[in-house]
Design a protein around this ligand. Sequence first.
Ligand SMILES: Nc1ncnc2c1ncn2[C@@H]1O[C@H](COP(=O)(O)OP(=O)(O)OP(=O)(O)O)[C@@H](O)[C@H]1O
Length: 574
Amino acid sequence: MDQVPDYEHVNTCLCDGIRYGVVLAEDRLQLRVGPDSPGQLCPEGLNKEYLFADILSVKIIVSEVEEPSSASSVLSRLDFFPFRNASPSPRQNTTNQSKIVLCIARRREPCKWRPHSLILTTENLAFGQQLCDSLKETIAGSSNRPKRLMFFVNPVSGGGCALKIFEKRVIPILRMVDTRFSYIVTTHAGHAKQWLLQEPWKAEGYDGLIAVGGDGIFNECLEGFIRSEQDEDVTVTSDLTPSATATLGIIPAGSTDSIGYCIGLGDACSALIHVLLGRSMKLDVGAVFQEASGCLLRFFCAFLGYGFFSDTLKTSEKRWLRRYFGKTRYTLAGAQTFFRNKSYDGHVTYKTGDANPCNSSSDLDPEYPDVGVFCAKDCTVCSVTDITSPEVPQSPNSPSSPDVFESTESPMLSSIEADTVELVGTSDTEVTTSSEDWNNISDKFSNVIAVSLCCGSAKSPRGLAPASHCGDGRLDVLLVRAIGRVKLLNYLVSISRGIGPKRVLGKNLRAYRVSELIFRTTKKPKENEGGGREASMAVASTVWNCDGEIITEADIHVKVYRQLITIFGSGREF
Ligand SMILES: Nc1ncnc2c1ncn2[C@@H]1O[C@H](COP(=O)(O)OP(=O)(O)OP(=O)(O)O)[C@@H](O)[C@H]1O
């Protein structure tokens, strides 16, 4: 592969003024510097290689050019002082040449990819056509690449930026690479889901369904896609299996873009490049069922929360806040929720399932999640095909591995911690084991969080659950007991600073990796207002925040379906 080709038998072309021998190797295009080019002084440095898997498109342009006369091919003084030579150099004949224009994806920095053009010029027209055809055939032969794309653009995402991002950053690249695509600018919430449930998109050949916006519009596509794949209504007993009908995608253009961040999509352009090249990975999907009936309420791919985060969402959805405060409403709602600092009685039943690739011997990892294995590109935990196999990698990795992170002490947090007055929640958590697999916990919770990925974002690089994995078939459940405001503030600051929650919350946090979870609000005797001792049963409950959408049912049953969907992305790069 590293040998300079035998130029008697290799076709050549010009690229950036240098003549190269062109070789189509097994998985890449090689440009080798020839003996008659200036590169012969340091040929290795000038050689170029491009993986076929990174080539976005190939085009050929045949044009007629004037052939310089033999006299003008030798440099004369006039070539250095062209302004003295008012009349053009004498030209003799014209000749045809072909330009092969390649659009190639290049990584600028981790998770950031950009298209880049490469022009190869050859006078041998037959060779040019042959090279173009071979490259086109190789690209078309790749089964990963989508054939027809449908984009769902949410015009209200990201404070109204999504449509602009789609028009300015996405459409020009789609046109440049000649991809078949259609798009819908949604007119109301639920539009994308409705379309996927009602339209015959499979028959029309759409094999890539891409949300343009935030996690909310992606969740709509997820709902529409999974439900359209089922013949019957999904209930808690349904056994959902992965489908290869279409690959889902997300072009991040929303307020937080947690899903895109966790699967390595640094921005809209990088996400589109992943789509066009067909780079995909598998993602777990959580399903939330009504506890009493077992009916499906919603699917989620990232976050399910009860307590602080759902109260914040509920407050932010108030019409007057939406109307007057736009994105700022989250900060205002968060501040209000913080000062109220509510906590809720609840009973959690969880199941860890069989062998768990991510846990050590017990379901509760004492180090979790401050020390663990990051879910990243080519993740060894998610790639385990049989999670019941004893051969699965155990976390954490060796300390030298770049996948391993350790929480860092923050001076600011330390000072806050030193001032912390102990907690509001006084009762000890009640933990019981009801069967071999199921465990119970009753407590007063400030937060109940179940995530299927780390829920990181640009503002919170390690996310809510730094050691969570996208495709391990488990939800990471964090149970935060009722805590005081200082501790709560400390916890919220730690999320944005990439410090694991265990370090901040200590014994107020219990973390589990589960396959199933049931949450029930617990009823507490409450004294009547009249001051009598007659007790009534009262429930203080709130809503759930499911990938940014509200679920009003408080009592729920949650299941996770391992690697249920395929999504365009390749995991985080570091
Ligand atoms: N045309 C539309 N008008 C209003 N809402 C819409 C429209 N299309 C989709 N939606 C809804 O907008 C919500 C938010 O969308 P998304 O998460 O994509 O954007 P975002 O900027 O991250 O949102 P948020 O402001 O909630 O953080 C979703 O619930 C989605 O169903």
